[in-house]
Design a protein around this ligand. Structure first.
Ligand code: BDP
Length: 707
């Protein structure tokens, strides 16, 4: 009896111990229960040989230890005899690979049919990526008997942008406070820093900007640089370089100068000395990310200089150390009574060719601001002489934040695969980013605004981790499909059970379109509550700036709805190549998903479905809600193969998402109906509340009105 209760207790505590918090991300290395497969893997991973020794190979060894222990309950044994080893890791500077970060993995059977895995790279870093790739295959229960893999990254800079402030408040962060604890650095190294580096390395991320683009000069003071150095030391064995944001006025704020004018020689000297100081502490410091003359940030225009003057000032300072400057193109201000859509292009295009070679221009995927769906930013393709980087936002500022399940990879694919036609067909956004179209092959990149915080599961929503994962994988291989990425992530994060993988994949792949439909269908944009950007507020506000008011973006009136950006309107379309101008400037040939981005359309306009615009809008909003309902139901089917803890978290969040999808639909349609003056379709679900109710609610935080 006593014995039985001890066993029960043990089972209970084991279950308790192994409750899944989500902390392990996609590096769970779940024990393989299929005996045959496990035995085969065991035989193939018994001993591991490394041709070199370095901090990186030590990191790889640690990872093999963690992984083999968990997957197979097997201790990794490192042998110095190459012939005897099952896994052979070779650094060969002459290996036939086009990148120092690339790797090859080959499985060869010897005369006794014994399987040997060889991972080859030009440098240790390639071995690290190759090893993580191999471990991913084990986690996914793949056949490893005939591997002939060669992999090199599509982009050289694959970097996270943390919008983290030094006081640990994360701008647009929805998963707790910053993981970087500036108070206890440099003396205290949180295990999280190491796990963060492992997670990033496992998906090929090789850089991280530690600080917010709305920057504090304090981060550049000596005390803080020592803290950054401590992080750089932790990240280095994982191939991750640190970067900081540079506040343009730092020479005044912490340097005691009277000016930050980029053409002033004292200012130039100050930045040079600052760079010397940084590189003496962190020899592989990546460089600076800069937001200048945007949303109140200081910049070169304060001194009547250009963005190029500003970028080149910093580029000059870091050039001796091979550092780079990532200059952001996200600029807008309403003093220019122009369409906000056009401002970045207008400011930057004339500067093409005037940036130093170690400057990259970082452009958000769309022209406004991380909306659920945007046409690609017209700067992609407009600056052939400048390497242009992509900036995606992983933290779902306008996409339901950490409450809504939204898998962003379909959006990444959509943007990257769009043809800009800038040099004829096949001038995709991807081919501009990866340097193929304009021959920027040495330095090119992609940034992801991080969705990471100190929540136990890092990202808040258990599925938000998938956006971090997808970003890394796509930055490594720009051609991966959302479906491939989802499949990999699910198998490593939840289960390899085929049926369940299929169910979850289906959920993920439909989640993006569902969110667009219940928030901003047919090209609506920026109709979220002000400030927090969460729930619906199409009725607008009384703020002084026109472009802070949602009505500026949808322009609904008794005739119709949408922003006329054709030649009879703001003519933003002129910023695209002629074939796109032509296609998108005709409301009959414009993709309906972008219709209200470019046209002010009559409520009675007949859509491809045969419905008029008003009914199509009703249909889309309703479809969005229906899709969330389906997702909620499908999630229940996944229950059997998912740990109770994460299953329940998602289940609860989906209930909120469904309520909020209905909220979006009802609030928006009731409001737009005041203009269309047309009835709701018959059988259409009745709105829960009146428009006055939705308008009267003032939430300090979420869903609507954020004033
Ligand atoms: C907007 C955010 C704001 C950021 C800004 C940026 O609302 O918090 O500072 O983008 O990208 O989306 O600089």
């Amino acid at each position: 009896m006593k014995c039985k209760s001890i066993i029960v207790f043990m089972i209970f505590s084991v279950q308790f111990l192994f409750a899944e918090s989500g902390y392990n991300l996609w590096l769970r290395y779940d024990r393989i229960t299929d005996t045959q497969l496990r035995k085969h893997y065991e035989r193939t991973t018994k001993t591991i040989f490394f041709s070199t020794n370095s901090a990186i190979t030590e990191a790889i060894k640690k990872e093999f230890n963690i992984a083999l222990n968990k997957l197979l309950n097997q201790q990794a044994v490192f042998s110095d005899k190459q012939e005897m080893a099952d896994i052979v890791c070779i650094v060969n500077p002459n290996a036939n690979l086009s990148s120092e970060e690339g790797f090859s993995i080959q499985s060869i059977k010897n005369s006794t049919q014994h399987l040997k895995i060889t991972i080859t790279a030009k440098k240790g870093i390639g071995l690290l990526y190759g090893s993580f790739h191999f471990l991913r295959l084990l986690q996914m229960h793949e056949n490893i008997d005939s591997l002939h893999i060669t992999s090199t990254p599509s982009l050289s800079i694959r970097i996270l942008n943390h919008w983290d402030n030094l006081n640990r408040y994360v701008e647009r962060g929805y998963a707790g406070i910053s993981i970087f604890n500036w108070h206890t650095l440099p003396n205290y190294i949180d295990q999280r820093y190491i796990d963060y580096a492992r997670a990033n390395a496992s998906i090929g991320i090789n850089g991280t900007v530690l600080t917010n683009v709305n920057a504090s000069a304090q981060a550049l003071t000596h005390d803080y640089l020592l803290k950054t150095k401590a992080l750089a030391d932790v990240f280095r064995p994982y191939g991750i370089k640190v970067y900081l944001t540079a506040r343009f006025s730092a020479p005044i704020e912490i340097g005691g100068l009277q000016t930050a004018d980029p053409l002033n020689s004292d200012v130039q000297l100050w930045w040079k000395k600052k760079a010397d100081e940084i590189y003496s502490l962190i020899p592989d410091f990546g460089g600076f990310l800069v937001k200048a003359n945007s949303e109140g940030q200081p910049g070169p225009q304060n001194y009547q200089r250009t963005h190029a003057d500003g970028a080149n000032l910093l580029a000059e300072a870091v050039a001796p150390y091979n550092g780079i400057i990532i200059w952001r193109a996200f600029v807008y201000n309403n003093e220019t009574p122009e369409d906000r859509f056009k401002q970045a292009y207008n400011e930057f295009k004339p500067l093409d060719g005037s940036f130093r070679t170690n400057v990259l221009l970082q452009v958000k995927n769309g022209p406004i601001d991380f909306q659920p769906r945007e046409p690609f930013h017209p700067l992609f393709g407009a600056m052939p002489q400048t390497p242009v980087m992509m900036e995606f936002q992983l933290t779902q500022e306008y996409l339901g934040q950490a409450t809504h399940l939204v898998f962003e990879a379909p959006m990444f694919n959509e943007v990257l695969n769009t043809d800009t036609y800038i040099k004829g067909t096949n001038s995709t956004v991807a081919s501009i980013i990866d340097g193929n179209l304009f021959q920027h092959r040495t330095v090119n990149g992609m940034s992801g605004v991080a969705n990471i915080g100190n929540d136990i599961n890092w990202c808040g929503h258990p599925f938000a981790q998938a956006n971090w994962y997808a970003f890394g994988r796509l930055a490594w291989n720009i051609n991966l499909s959302a479906e491939q990425v989802a499949g990999e992530w699910i198998k490593q994060t939840f289960t390899t059970n085929k049926q369940t993988v299929a169910i979850i994949k289906n959920i993920m792949l439909h989640s993006y379109e569902a969110m667009i439909e219940y928030m901003t269908p047919l090209g609506l944009h920026h109709i979220m509550g002000n400030g927090h950007h969460y729930g619906p507020m199409p009725w607008g506000n009384t703020l002084p700036r026109t472009d802070w008011n949602p009505v500026y973006y949808h322009k609904a009136d008794n005739f119709g709805i949408g922003f006329n950006r054709t030649v009879t309107g703001s003519n933003a379309l002129v910023q695209y190549a002629p074939p796109l101008q032509k296609q998108w400037s005709d409301s009959n040939t414009c993709d309906e998903k972008y219709l209200l981005w470019f046209h002010h359309i009559s409520w009675n306009h007949i859509m491809h479905s045969g419905r008029n615009l008003w009914y199509e809008l009703c249909y889309k909003y309703n479809e969005g809600v229906e899709k969330v309902k389906q997702i909620t139901e499908q999630w229940q089917l996944a229950k059997a193969n998912i740990d109770a803890e994460r299953f329940h978290q998602v289940e609860q969040l989906l209930i909120i998402q469904l309520q909020e999808a209905e909220w979006w639909r009802d609030a928006c349609l009731l409001y737009f109906q005041t203009f269309s003056k047309q009835p709701f379709p018959i059988n259409y679900p009745k709105a829960k509340y009146s428009l006055a109710y939705y308008q009267s609610l003032h939430f300090p935080y979420a869903p609507g009105n954020g004033q």
